[in-house]
Design a protein around this ligand. Structure first.
Ligand code: SF4
Length: 365
């Protein structure tokens, strides 16, 4: 699989099956391979909070493999130090998945940990992960209070014992997260980009982004996601370090991306949390697709952090309802192409929105 695959929609089970059908993963595996699924169940909150991986993504992968005769599938996770993995499995809907498909749920907190070395540095990882032939990483596209974003690279932190998680924090997270990916190498990363939190790994301000992203290179996946969220790649240290130590390529305009079901872009549906509600004050929305609206929310959050929004009195138009309208202001996406200041894209990336919006807003103030 070259580059990245992106599928749009809001039905994760069907979407992930379609993605796997495109990738034809089963051709690379023998039927008795042990397949491990590593979701992000950092704490016991449902996927609708923006914190955790939708169980429907795991369900779609399991269905796909079981329909093709694979029987050694297991789900594995170790929630963060402050929560119980078992509680997270229950609250996040994974107990139901385990019963429905007869797959085990493994609590990595039960592992004592084994020592491994990478580039001369010692790390402790959960031994259960080493027993897997094919690890599929299922991170969430979301913000993080320390590392700005968390996705493929950081999700593997759930595969180390709690004592090591504490040590990672004492080391500042960036370097150990990157190095961990030199030891534990997930073969495929399937990102839950349906719903993820704006700024915080714990959820509470979910942003719909309406897509699932798949790739085999975690650096490529994360650098692509960083731009979707409005970051320049040099702002995300752990991704930068992972690239520098040879763990993958950074996303560029030349990266091949196969987009599936562009016509299925879902509409915005969720009730916004306080921060998203605050940012939506600068938006005129009319039938916007969630991948477009989500990009704008991420971009506005960055502009708010720069102090540009406070005194800005205008509104930004977005959505399919503006296709025929002339707008005397800023419009986002090709549906608002008749705006005075239009930022094209369908859907646009938050990084591009940040770059253009900051110039336009500064000029209009
Ligand atoms: S530009 Fe229009 S069609 Fe495209 S994602 Fe945005 S709202 Fe949807």
């Amino acid at each position: 699989m070259k580059g990245l695959q992106v599928i749009y929609g809001d039905r994760p089970r069907e979407m992930v099956k379609k993605l796997l059908y495109e990738i034809e993963l089963e051709k690379k595996l023998s039927k008795d391979s042990i397949i491990g699924l590593k979701p992000n169940l950092v704490l016991a909150k449902p996927a609708s909070s923006g914190a955790t991986t939708s169980p429907e993504i795991a369900a779609g992968i399991i269905e796909y493999f079981q329909e093709r005769g694979f029987i050694n599938i297991r789900i594995m996770e170790g929630s963060w130090v402050g929560d119980s993995t078992k509680r997270a499995y229950k609250v996040c809907g994974y107990e139901n998945i385990a019963q429905r498909y007869n797959v085990p749920l493994l609590d990595l907190k039960n592992d004592l940990g084994v020592n491994e070395q990478f580039l001369g540095e010692n790390y402790k990882i959960c031994e259960t992960v080493k027993q897997v032939d094919y690890l599929i990483n299922l991170p969430v596209l979301k913000g993080h209070c320390q590392t700005k974003m968390t996705c493929a690279l950081k999700n593997l932190k759930g595969c180390i014992p709690d004592s090591e998680k504490r040590r990672f924090h004492s080391l500042g997270l960036h370097k150990p997260i990157a190095y961990l990916n030199g030891i534990i190498k997930a073969k495929l990363h399937i990102v839950d980009g349906i719903m993820g939190d704006l700024t915080f790994e714990e959820g509470g301000n979910p942003v719909e982004m309406g897509r699932i992203i798949a790739g085999t290179d975690p650096v490529l996946v994360d650098s692509y996601v960083a731009e979707l969220m409005g970051y320049e790649i040099n702002e995300i240290k752990h991704v930068q370090i992972a690239h520098e130590i040879g763990l993958g390529q950074l996303y560029s305009d030349d990266t091949p991306i196969k987009e599936i079901d562009r016509k299925n872009m879902p509409s915005v549906t969720i009730k916004p949390g306080h921060k998203v509600k605050h940012l939506s004050k600068w938006i005129n929305e009319n039938q916007a697709c969630s991948p477009c609206y989500g990009s704008l929310i991420h971009a506005l959050d960055k502009l708010d952090d720069m102090g540009l929004l406070g005194s800005y009195k205008g509104k930004i138009s977005i959505g399919r309802g503006y296709k025929e309208s002339a707008i005397d202001g800023i419009g986002v996406g090709i549906c608002t192409s008749k705006s005075r200041y239009n930022i094209a894209g369908c859907p646009p990336r938050a990084k591009d929105l940040v770059q253009v919006l900051q110039k336009v807003i500064k000029n209009k103030k």
